[in-house]
Design a protein around this ligand. Structure first.
Ligand code: NAD
Ligand code: UD1
Length: 315
């Protein structure tokens, strides 16, 4: 059984993943509000839907701003966060304020506002570098950065709000998400967005470590689809689910594919590994398939081609 979504709030909806969730909700005929402080997100990400989205400029650390944006919503998609692992290592207190306390604000406003369900963006970063792959949700966790610790407290608080107050929550542990609108402009940006722009500008990329570390890359439209399922499917309430593809690519292999796509012939510049960086990341997605009926529609190659074309058109 599924519940129809009528009115939803997307925190961080002007960001990369949030703006794709907004698109999927609008396509479903849902009324959509966005709360975003535009720290890494952009109004342009919602420009194509500006007349259909109620945009609330504001911060998840501000309880009143959250409460106002959430008014009369039946579902909340919580995407707002300080998203960079290395940035969280530099500013752990800010990571705690946004990722831990900000998430608590969102849960508390949802409880007070009578929201039916909150879907939270969690992360595969929680698994850390413990052996055993692919990762299932029952495996031990070992957060290796402030970001991962604060995403974990978000999950723990979500479970607490379900147990104490009956608020339905679903935590989605995204693996590495990529696609159009991922902002490539900072050294903390997602690796695919950086490699795409480097290739387009014919500039050599930097690889942190030997490049043999690997990730499970999932295309953003599939992540948006997983979010809508997580909000709607009755039996999903209370679950924690991996959202990835179940296949891995090394960072060296990624550059090789991007380089070929762009038709450039540049060798990467290798530097020391990044502090707090995972070596390996690989998802077992069977639980998301069983619980939500989730199956990624895009192969890595299809997603990469679509993304490359977008970066070419939007340079
Ligand atoms: P993003 O930076 O594009 O989006 C985050 C959005 O949140 C931005 O629009 C930003 O302006 C907004 N924001 C940040 N702090 C805020 C605050 N204090 N108040 C209000 N708005 C605020 O990043 P993304 O990649 O779209 O990430 C979305 C979510 O997915 C995050 O929770 C992130 O931790 C999680 N996640 C992302 C990935 C990935 O590979 N991109 C993987 C795992 C989890
Ligand atoms: C990413 C997300 C994080 C999420 C996690 C889930 C971003 C910015 N970070 O972290 O929010 O929780 O996935 O697994 O979206 N690299 C290079 N050169 C570069 C950039 C990166 O070699 O120019 C390497 C990194 O050292 C790392 C890998 O590429 O080994 C991936 O880096 P990145 O895209 O930043 O993602 P994660 O740190 O895995």
């Amino acid at each position: 059984m599924t519940q129809p979504l009528t009115r939803a709030l997307v925190t961080g909806g002007a960001g990369f993943i949030g703006s794709h969730i907004v698109d999927a909700l609008l396509a479903d005929g849902c009324d959509v509000a966005v709360l975003d402080n535009l720290s890494t997100g952009k109004r342009e990400n919602l420009a194509h839907a500006a007349d259909r989205v109620r945009f609330y400029p504001g911060d998840i650390r501000d309880p009143e701003a959250v409460e106002t944006a959430m008014a009369e919503c039946d579902a909340v998609f919580h995407e707002a966060a300080l998203v960079s692992v290395p940035r969280s290592v530099e500013v752990p207190l800010e990571s705690a304020a946004v990722n831990d306390l900000g998430t608590l604000n969102v849960l508390e406003a949802a409880r007070r506002g009578g929201v039916r369900r909150v879907v939270l963006a969690s992360s595969s970063a929680l698994y850390g570098d413990l052996p055993g792959f692919p990762k299932t949700e029952e495996m031990d966790l070992r957060p290796m950065s402030p970001y991962a610790v604060h995403k974990l407290t978000g999950e723990l608080n979500a479970r607490l709000y379900t147990d104490l107050y009956g608020l339905e929550t679903v935590c989605l542990r995204y693996f590495n998400v990529f696609g159009p609108r991922q902002d490539p402009s900072s050294p903390y940006s997602g690796v695919i967005s950086i490699f795409m722009t480097r290739a387009a500008e014919n500039r050599a990329p930097a690889i942190h470590g030997d490049g043999e570390q690997y990730r499970d890359f999932v295309y953003v439209a599939d992540v948006a689809k997983a979010n809508l399922l997580a909000a709607a499917v009755d039996g999903a309430a209370g679950s924690i689910l991996n959202i990835g593809v179940g296949e891995t690519v090394t960072i060296n292999g990624l550059w090789e594919t991007v380089r070929q796509m762009a038709g450039c012939d540049l060798a990467p510049e290798y530097g020391p590994p990044r502090i707090g960086d995972l070596f390996a990341s690989h998802a077992d997605i069977r639980k998301a398939t069983e619980t939500l009926g989730f199956q990624p529609a895009y192969t890595f190659k299809q997603g990469l081609e679509t993304t490359f074309n977008w970066y070419m058109e939007n340079r």
